[in-house]
Design a protein around this ligand. Structure first.
Ligand code: ADP
Length: 462
């Protein structure tokens, strides 16, 4: 009974047997009552008829023929007793003995026995001045059995035909489940291409549809995972090859001092790149962890932007880039993770500097709306095509022309993850050779939980 098939058949059998038991019991009882009532009326009527027949005739012996034919036509058994007179008409085997009748006669017993298969009605009558005991009997077991037999026949035919129909129906239900089970097994073995057919809109079809979506999602995740692994090994491989190559050259003893320093610097540069790469990867993994918690406080975003801009001033100065910060007169406060949002502004502003030619302009605006704060970072840099913009938030994505510029393609993935965690939005408007604008919107108030509010208040007091 472990399979659904077994359970369905078991359920069918239990239902059909239980229903027939209840229905059979009720109709059997009803039928028995009807048979018994009918035969009781028949017995009383027979006794009255016999008594009147004997009353109307002078000689009881002359009635033998009439009583015999009456008994034959009615299936009754009649016993008549009067002192030395004892006659039985019909089935002798069910009639009482002479002595029993004698006792009934003497005791003037009126009997009405209707609860057994042999029903009896006996009474004492005065006919032509003499006392007669007339006992009429009927065997109703045949009538009872006839009903029981037809009930068994009906049960058998319903059971057989029902089983055939039910097996066919069970097959229709169980087959798709079996197919789905097999597909699930395949999926668990790593075959993400497995799909199940579905048509219609019943529960099984919806289950199959859900399974296909799940398999599709898993296939996509697997593809992303493999691409991620190959991207990581590729990103690690380039600096490692450079480090190995230049370390080998450094082993040569007669290398001029100037070259030795140059190669050591290259090794240092690539090891720094590796270190930044592994730090960024760790950061991204931590942010993508399902139970990452933001340290939400209420702080001034305008002050924060001014601070980040001042740390980038040197970098901009080197490329003769002007940074124009349009700061609102009033301070703008925001509920957010200060440390993580600082990382967002750092990445976006340093990208604007990196991808803008010498002498360019970067404009940074911050504005407060009813429900959100908007930060715009606009540059007059290289810009991006629509196709490039659609990929920039993917891990390790770098536009080909950016490859000569230092970077690892993880910065904007980190930015997007942090903004998503703040339930904010990031949009990019860009035009090749004209420039790019990164627009970041963050809700002003987050529903801080009690613990965060307390901590925020305590920090405010300090
Ligand atoms: P990277 O380390 O390469 O800067 P990011 O994830 O920060 O990685 O950016 C991904 C890619 O998006 C960059 O390689 C570059 O091609 C493009 N990009 C990002 N910001 C800008 C910008 N302000 N102007 C033009 N291209 C940009």
């Amino acid at each position: 009974m472990k399979s659904v098939y077994g359970k369905l058949i078991g359920g069918f059998l239990i239902t059909i047997i239980f229903s027939f038991f209840v229905a059979g019991y009720i109709s059997l009882r009803n039928n028995y009552e009807q048979v018994e009532n009918r035969s009781r009326e028949e017995l009383i009527a027979a006794n009255t008829f016999l008594m009147e027949l004997m009353n109307n005739s002078g000689n009881i012996n002359g009635l033998e023929e009439v009583i015999f034919s009456y008994v034959n036509s009615t299936d009754l058994t009649v016993s008549i007793y009067r002192n030395d007179f004892y006659r039985v008409y019909g089935d002798i085997s069910i009639a009482p003995s002479k002595n029993t009748l004698h006792a009934m006669y003497n005791n003037r017993n009126t009997i009405l026995e209707i609860n057994s298969d042999i029903q009896s009605f006996g009474d004492l009558y005065t006919i032509h001045g003499s006392q007669y005991y007339i006992l009429t009997q009927k065997d109703i077991s045949y009538e009872k059995n006839a009903f029981t037999n037809s009930a068994i026949l009906i049960f058998g035919s319903v059971f057989l035909s029902g089983s055939v129909v039910f097996l066919a129906i069970a097959d229709v239900i169980v087959k798709p489940i079996t197919k789905l089970t097999n597909a699930t097994k395949e999926l668990s073995k790593g075959n993400y291409g497995v799909r199940v057919n579905y048509a219609g809109d019943d529960e099984i079809s919806r289950l199959n549809q859900g399974f296909n979506q799940m398999a599709q999602q898993l296939a996509k995740q697997e593809e992303t995972r493999q691409k991620f692994i190959s991207d990581i090994s590729h990103e690690f491989q380039t600096p490692l090859t450079a480090i190995q190559g230049f370390a080998n050259i450094l082993k040569e003893e007669d290398l001029p001092e100037q070259q030795r320093e140059k190669y050591a610097d290259i090794i240092l540069f690539h090891s720094k790149r590796l270190s930044t790469l592994s730090k960024s990867m760790l950061q991204l993994t931590l942010l993508e962890n399902e139970d990452v918690r933001l340290e939400i406080t209420n702080y001034s975003i305008s002050n924060q932007l001014a601070r980040v801009i001042s740390t980038h001033e040197n970098q901009a100065l080197l490329k003769d880039i002007e940074i124009n910060f349009i700061r609102p007169k009033k301070e703008i406060l925001i509920d957010g993770d200060e440390h993580r949002l600082e990382q967002v502004w750092m990445n976006v502003i340093s990208n604007a500097i990196k991808y803008t030619e010498n002498g360019g302009l970067i404009t940074i605006r911050v504005k407060k709306y009813a429900k959100e704060v908007e930060v715009r970072v606009e540059d007059t840099g290289s810009g991006m095509s629509k196709e490039v913009v659609s990929h920039i938030f993917e891990r390790f994505y770098r536009e080909d022309k950016s490859r000569s510029i230092e970077g690892n393609g993880l910065g904007l993935s980190i930015v997007k993850t942090i903004i998503d965690l703040h339930r904010g939005k990031i949009d990019v408007i860009s035009q090749v050779d004209v420039g790019s604008t990164f627009i970041i919107r963050i809700p002003v108030e987050r529903s801080l939980n009690l613990k965060d509010r307390l901590r925020s208040k305590q920090e405010g007091k300090k």
